[in-house]
Design a protein around this ligand. Structure first.
Ligand SMILES: [Zn+2]
Length: 153
């Protein structure tokens, strides 16, 4: 399976990743995030796949379908792409946030809640990695939570 300028292959972050085979510029559309649109939040549990994403408040997309190449894109705490919902086309797309050189892995913010993050460790390897897959606005709250829940000595 392929999409112009992109390929899936083993990733240093997790499992299979999505990689650029051409240069993308900031703001450029990468590929659609295909799947079933649902109006109730996912139930999080350990070891479950991470293909259900909130594409706008109160709307989720389940990207676990064979033809959704974008499902291979990993989460990162310093992503080079973002998931944007096109209201007119009713489609979610991955869009480049910056220039993406050939060979670079495509990553975006999965936007997980605090509850979801507890089941999903992050191994993005970025200097600012918080160790959990969690929406960027929630990261300071997560770090405070982890600091105060450390066992006392
Ligand atoms: Zn990370």
């Amino acid at each position: 399976m392929s999409w112009p300028g992109l390929e899936s292959k083993p990733s240093p972050i997790a499992g299979t990743g999505l990689f650029a085979t051409q240069v993308f510029t900031s703001g450029q559309k990468l590929l659609p995030y295909l799947g079933k649109v649902i109006d109730s939040p996912p139930r999080s549990a350990p070891g479950q796949p991470t293909f259900i994403l909130e594409i706008k408040p109160g709307v989720w997309i389940d990207g676990q379908t064979e033809n959704n190449l974008a499902r291979f894109a990993n989460h990162s705490c310093a992503p080079n792409a973002e998931l944007v919902f096109d209201e007119e086309q009713k489609e979610a797309w991955l869009i480049a946030r910056q220039t993406i050189p050939v060979g670079e892995e495509i990553t975006f913010d999965y936007g997980f809640s605090l509850a979801e993050s507890l089941f999903h460790p992050c191994q993005c390897g970025q200097a600012n990695c918080v160790g959990k897959i969690i929406a960027s606005p929630l990261r300071p709250a997560l770090l405070r939570h982890l600091r105060f829940s450390r066992p006392r000595d």
